[in-house]
Write a protein that binds this ligand. Structure first.
Ligand SMILES: [Zn+2]
Length: 234
């Protein structure tokens, strides 16, 4: 059995993203986007052999209790940040213990260079409930600031990549080989080769359109419903 990762994405839809940042043509919020992140992360982690709980239900107290009871080998809360719209950058929060620091640093070092913001840092915290009440290494990435318009759009547009990089960090943390998505998924479809010559079957040629239409009806009734009339210049 693989290592067990408990994913706990933000549950508050009241944390709205900058109004200019659109997802599918409309405004969005932290619950919706961290739900996407959790789904991408679940797919990536399972591909790499992890067991995953994707807890898009309950509040943080329910989730911490479930994570401890499982018990998970790693507790991952997923968040984006908010301040006054002017600040941007990745800030991963971790519990102040060796293993939590290690996974915090691995995620911070992969996401921070990708995010547009530069106000970035690893933050040690023993007062966030999901970090202090969990019994295993616990980390709470704030991937970027969702009230900063540029960073909010970056978060929306790069959620799959953010999850994939987070998965790489988790693989490194547990010393598990990272397995990339199937190559076919991001290659364009093979071009279809059209033959240079086509052989067509013709059953009549008429000077008057109505005669052609009448003959077409006869041909169709004879069992060739896909027959059609085409106009050809002499
Ligand atoms: Zn949050």
């Amino acid at each position: 059995m693989g290592y067990k990762v408990f994913i706990s994405p933000e549950d508050r839809a009241s944390n709205v993203y900058a109004s200019s940042a659109l997802w599918n043509g409309r405004t969005t919020n932290e619950k919706e986007q961290m739900g996407r992140c959790a789904d991408y992360l679940e797919i990536a982690l399972k591909r790499c052999g992890f067991e995953v709980t994707n807890a898009q239900y309950g509040n943080m107290y329910d989730r911490v209790a479930e994570s401890n009871a499982w018990p998970a080998d790693l507790h991952m809360a997923l968040h984006t940040n908010g301040f006054d719209g002017t600040v941007a950058g990745t800030r991963v929060h971790c519990y102040p213990a060796e293993r939590s620091r290690k996974i915090g640093r691995l995620i911070q070092d992969r996401i921070a260079p990708l995010s547009p913001g530069t106000s970035e840092r690893l933050v040690e915290s023993d007062n966030l409930y999901e970090l202090r009440a969990t019994h295993m290494p616990a980390v709470l990435p704030e991937f970027g600031f969702h009230d900063n318009p540029e960073e909010a759009q970056w978060l929306i547009d790069n959620m799959a990549a953010i999850a994939e990089e987070t998965c790489k960090a988790i693989c490194e943390f547990f010393d598990v080989p990272y397995i990339a998505p199937e190559k076919q998924n991001d290659l364009p479809p093979e071009p279809v080769e059209l033959p240079e010559v086509l052989y067509r079957v013709q059953v009549g040629a008429f000077r008057i359109r109505e005669n052609a239409e009448a003959y077409l009806e006869m041909v169709q009734n004879a069992g060739f419903p896909e027959a059609f009339v085409t106009e050809v210049k002499n």
